[in-house]
Ligand binder design. Sequence first.
Ligand code: DGL
Length: 267
Amino acid sequence: MTAIGIYDSGLGGLTVLRALQQQLPQEPVVYFGDTARVPKGTPSPGEFVTFWREILTWLGRQGVKMVLVACNTSSALVLEQLQREFPWPILGLILPGARAAVARGRRIGVLATPATVASGAYPRAIREACPQAGVWQVPCPALVPLIEQGYSHTPEMRQVLQRYLAPLLSVQVDTVVYGCTHYPLLDDLMAELLPPHVQRIDPAVALVQAAARELDALGLRHHGPTGGVRFGVSGDPVHFQHLAQRWLGTIPIVERVTLPTCLTVGD
Ligand code: DGL
């Protein structure tokens, strides 16, 4: 077992891949984007577990030694269940993100998908890490679809983002957490729209630090030459290749993956 598996519904995992390649460039990676089912919307809890069970079963067959759940929604809703079911370490974003936020500020805004907001996972983790911290959340249902459709650098995106940031600006947050892995892809725009003193937290950076500690503790670090990345998607590989190219700076080779079928057992 050699590779680190990364999965998200689509492009969001690229922000985790970027953090991984910056901090642990020697690690080989298998990246899976569930683009056929993005955005996840509001599947039933049973369906949601089934999606991720299928993805993790596939990643397991590719020989992963660790998996980074590059999706806050999954980290909030199904992480513990998946950790119980699969044999390798599976790391999520919420705890590292919450700790990184309280290390920088006390008035913390969280932008996230409606499902992550509804789970209350970030406010819980932030208050556990720092009971004095104030937390304000904003659900941002439009952002993932706009990013996946390639509208990241448009006036429409700017308008939508201004609307989502307004409630956080009105309570004068000092820190904003990107509670969805797609949102660091909008970091340039966020930097323009937020006052300069507001800290912008990408939980992926802290997630990869946690992964490095875990790899060291388990003696699983890869010490060979720089590892490559294998990309798989469940939807159209060409569409993913086209959009990912903008963020990666190179044209990735992307294969279409047929996931193993896992049955949804009771909701
Ligand atoms: N990128 C995922 C997250 O971090 C959300 C993607 C989706 O809604 O499918 O929550």
